[in-house]
Design a protein. Structure first.
Length: 329
């Protein structure tokens, strides 16, 4: 005899109106026989059945009140397992809907906290939540900042002496077992690349978002460089000081060879990239400092820099001389 699936009833109750559905789900949860995954699947199935697909339909007069009641009910019915039973994508969909229809703020806070526990499972597209008035940006950047803050706070509370270790130079070194930080680092860089296209996104908001995650989450700066490049192209009116401040977010020593080559030929970037706490480095110097074959590539980059960034021969000679002095063993 085949075993009956535990979620056999999920589709059957989808045709109930929200009030009857709520009563059934409360009864199911009170029995304590269904785990969070099944409850979460039931709520997701019901939400997909009744919530409009488009934003315009969602906020229309015909659907707004019903959608608000539905999403608030679903949030109240979420399994009490700190979000384990629901995917991060589904929780973010609920947050998007609740934001657009003006759901109770305390319920939205519940979602923000739950999402913060599993942000490493999110996709960039999940974070693209439309902003509402009086915000003038395309997406609700402040809301995503709140989520990232929750994630970082949660991660820090779990940190112990095993998370980071100090090497002989006293710098932090990421060790295996904390992939969630790396996942969120890539996620945020991808999100920055998306919101960088917004002409109404001010520089402070972009910088604040980029600095929310710890350095451990961003061992490679290629994604950050891409986002900065997009922001520079979409905001040509930035002053020289603002461009310098923006480019100071990235560390050229953390760019891959491909990104370094691209940056060297990028007319959007200032001649010198300011790296906080490290002074000023030419892009080619960042490669030189790695040693070995990178030094040969650095010499090639000097030629590119002369052509693309108008470096005078005297400057490159002095840089080369400094390199020779530092290379003596």
């Amino acid at each position: 005899m085949e075993k009956v699936p535990r979620d056999w009833w999920v589709e059957d109750i989808c045709e109930l109106d929200i009030y009857l559905y709520k009563r059934v789900m409360i009864a199911v949860k009170s029995k304590g026989r269904m785990d969070g995954a099944v409850i979460g699947e039931a709520l997701k199935t019901y939400a997909l059945r009744w919530l409009p697909d488009s934003v315009d339909a969602l906020v229309s007069d015909d659907h707004a009140l019903r959608s608000k009641s539905l999403v608030e009910t679903i949030i109240c019915l979420l399994p009490s397992d700190k979000g384990v039973g629901c995917s991060c994508s589904f929780l973010l969909k609920l947050l998007k809907v609740s934001t657009l229809v003006g759901a109770d703020e305390s319920l939205r806070e519940v979602l923000v906290n739950r999402i913060g526990l599993k942000l490493d499972e999110a996709r960039v597209v999940d974070l693209l939540i439309p902003a509402r008035s009086p915000q003038i940006t395309i997406y609700d950047v402040e809301l995503v900042q709140s989520i990232v803050n929750r994630f970082v706070m949660h991660e820090k509370s779990n940190w112990n002496s095993d998370v980071v270790q100090k090497n002989e130079k006293g710098t932090d070194k990421l060790i295996l077992g904390h992939g969630s930080l790396l996942s969120v680092g890539r996620l945020i860089d991808g999100y920055l690349a998306e919101i960088a296209h917004d002409p109404n996104l001010n520089l402070c908001s972009f910088i604040d978002m980029s600095q929310l995650i710890p350095e451990l989450a961003r061992p490679i700066h290629d994604g950050l460089y891409k986002a900065i490049d997009i922001y520079l192209k979409e905001h040509p009116s930035l002053t020289k000081a603002e461009r310098k401040r923006l480019c100071g977010l990235m560390d050229v020593k953390k760019l891959t060879m491909e990104a370094s080559m691209d940056a060297a030929q990028n007319e959007q970037l200032p001649l010198r990239v300011v790296c906080p706490g490290r002074g000023e480095y030419l892009i080619s110097y960042g490669l030189w400092a790695r040693g070995g074959m990178e030094r040969i590539r650095a010499l090639r980059l000097l030629g590119v820099l002369r052509a693309q960034l108008s470096i005078v021969p005297g400057d490159s000679k002095s840089v080369s001389s400094r390199h020779r002095r530092h290379s003596i063993s």
